[in-house]
Design a protein around this ligand. Sequence first.
Ligand code: MG
Length: 182
Amino acid sequence: MKLALLDRDGVLNHNTPEGIRTPAELKVFPFAGEAVHLLNEAGYKVAIVTNQSNIGRGIVTEETLKKIHEKLVTTLHDGLGRVDLILFAPDHPDHATERRKPGPGMLLEAMSHYHTYPEHAVMVGDSAIDMQAAHRAGVEKKFLVRTGNGAATERTGLPPSVGAVHVVDNLLVAAKKIVGKA
Ligand SMILES: [Mg+2]
């Protein structure tokens, strides 16, 4: 089973410094549905793996997060994209478990859910922690997008320990490369 692990904020939707706190704050990138659709068509399961410390901080409830994700899934579906799995880490950074990126927990969980292996998985993110989580989960195929925090991440540079990372403009370009259409 091929598996695409996607970070949420900055990859599928614009991020904000405070995080996305309401469905109204969620602005999905116009190309995101098409990108997810390309992955679906190529036989990839699409799993979102997102840190949501606003839950652990008591700023966003799980109920609101569910509504935010309903909007995300519906908007992506308008672009014919199908999300197969959404995992989030509610951890407060001060009490982070291995599920919170850069921990590999959510990525391992998604791979286990689909009985798949790191060699069949690919990670797309906009932050160093996404690349670190992928590395720690054994996922070698990694794409850093320039949307969200990505341009700043590219300027700052990634720790050499995470290994090779493909840097691309956005998720659509990443998806095309992943499925071999670019
Ligand atoms: Mg992000």
